[in-house]
Design a protein around this ligand. Structure first.
Ligand code: FNR
Length: 383
């Protein structure tokens, strides 16, 4: 295969490299995957407004967010189990993000622990937290994130229950399949590298880095899925957010907001920002594309909160579209997961360079010289 040039090339490379079960886990969405497709289609529908003969020799891509300077308005958002896509995957992605001057957000359900990732980079990274029934364990995770110096906490609220992802059911990733069943479904454990076998079959103490000791008898991904079912808390309300707020001094970003009413609540309970997100089409299928949900939310709370958007960002052109509609930054999920699977740290770095180059071209040809000034005037308004 030729050198991957775009995110979609990295997707193909990931497909080639990963066992089908793993690729489907990354690539798939909930139910009929309508929202997953919508995220990408809605981005494509937005038309940028080409402008000419403006001086675009100097472009400013950097931006300030939650007290940090980002080299461009792109965050590597939380992606669970990334250590299954490449050897010690989260450490590789975190290093690529750091080299590019971008925040990396570690998932609660990462393979590499907070401590392991912290050792692999010079500067602290963001941490994503799910609401877990055992508040003592939540407190422990918060303390570990503080200990690791995490500057920003991302609190994900769109997973009180898990939307069924039928590709995972079919592949056997979710469910009660034995290893023999998995082998029959094409996950040929023996043909994959040792690090992947170890995580799948389990038994290593650091298999699920942050939560390993909470599930001491876990033997791979089945037990992990069960643990999530038992321990993610569906009774969470805004009051519980206040519990988290009181225990975290730095900025907190609520991830998984799609409705202006909820965005207002987020501002009222003291969040510093939100991620407008449908979890990459992996939760409630049928909800709007993130980029379509964005404008009314910006109108409702744009002056009170910093708004990040994720879902369907596959190029630097998409980054500019989201900024034009009022996002301060985007977050990416699959884009970095594909690149990590396809080429490790080097792959993620190359993909981020591509996003940057695409963003530069989009800015230059819309006459936008500073990402912080991007607005509606960069778009052809459709009726
Ligand atoms: C995710 N996402 C996610 N979000 C979160 O808060 N915690 C998590 O552990 C995960 N895990 C996860 C795994 C995989 C494989 C994917 C693809 C996504 C959601 C993620 O942060 C983000 O919202 C979406 O990925 C954004 O959509 P795109 O960029 O993938 O289109």
């Amino acid at each position: 295969m030729t050198r991957p040039a775009s995110v979609s090339d990295w997707r193909l490379r990931a497909q080639k490299r990963l066992p089908r079960m793993m690729f489907d886990y990354i690539d798939g969405g909930a139910y009929a995957e309508a929202t997953l497709r919508r995220n990408v289609a809605a981005m494509e529908e937005i038309a940028l407004r080409q402008r000419v003969l403006t001086d675009v020799s100097k472009l400013k891509l950097s931006t300030e967010l939650f007290g940090q300077t980002l080299a461009m308005p792109v965050i590597l958002g939380p992606v669970g189990m990334a250590g299954l896509y490449a050897h010690r995957g989260e450490t590789q992605a975190a290093r690529a993000a750091e080299a590019a001057g971008l925040p990396f957000c570690l998932s609660t359900v990462s393979i590499c622990s907070l401590e392991e990732v912290r050792k692999s980079v010079a500067k602290p990274f963001w941490f994503q937290l799910y609401m877990i029934r055992d508040r003592g364990f939540m407190m422990e995770l918060l303390n570990r994130a503080k200990e690791a110096g995490s500057p920003v906490l991302v609190f994900t609220v769109d997973l009180p229950v898990t939307g069924a992802r039928y590709r995972d059911v079919r592949s056997g990733l979710s469910g009660e399949l034995t290893l023999a069943d998995k082998l029959r479904r094409g996950f040929n454990v023996l043909s994959h590298p040792r690090w992947m076998r170890e995580v799948f079959i389990g038994g290593r103490p650091h298999t699920f880095g942050n939560i390993a000791h909470a599930m001491p008898n876990a033997k791979g991904t089945n037990d992990f899925a069960q643990w999530i079912g038992k321990n993610f808390d569906p009774s969470v309300t805004w009051r519980d957010f206040e519990w988290v707020r009181a225990r975290w001094d730095g900025p907190i970003v609520i991830k998984g907001i799609l409705d202006p009413e909820d965005a207002r609540m987020a501002a009222e309970v003291g969040a510093d920002g939100i991620v407008v997100s449908n979890h990459g089409g992996r939760q409630l299928d049928g909800v709007p594309a993130s980029v379509d949900a964005l404008p009314p939310i910006v109108e409702a709370v744009g002056s009170r909160l910093d708004i990040v958007m994720d879902g369907g960002v596959r190029s630097g052109l998409d980054v500019l579209k989201a900024l034009a509609l009022g996002a301060k930054s985007v977050a990416i999920g699959r884009a970095w997961a594909y690149a990590l699977a396809g080429g490790g740290e080097v792959g993620v770095s190359a993909m981020l360079k591509t996003l940057k180059a695409e963003l530069e071209v989009a800015m230059a040809l819309t006459g936008c010289t500073d990402v912080e000034t991007a607005g509606r005037s960069l778009l052809v308004e459709h009726s």
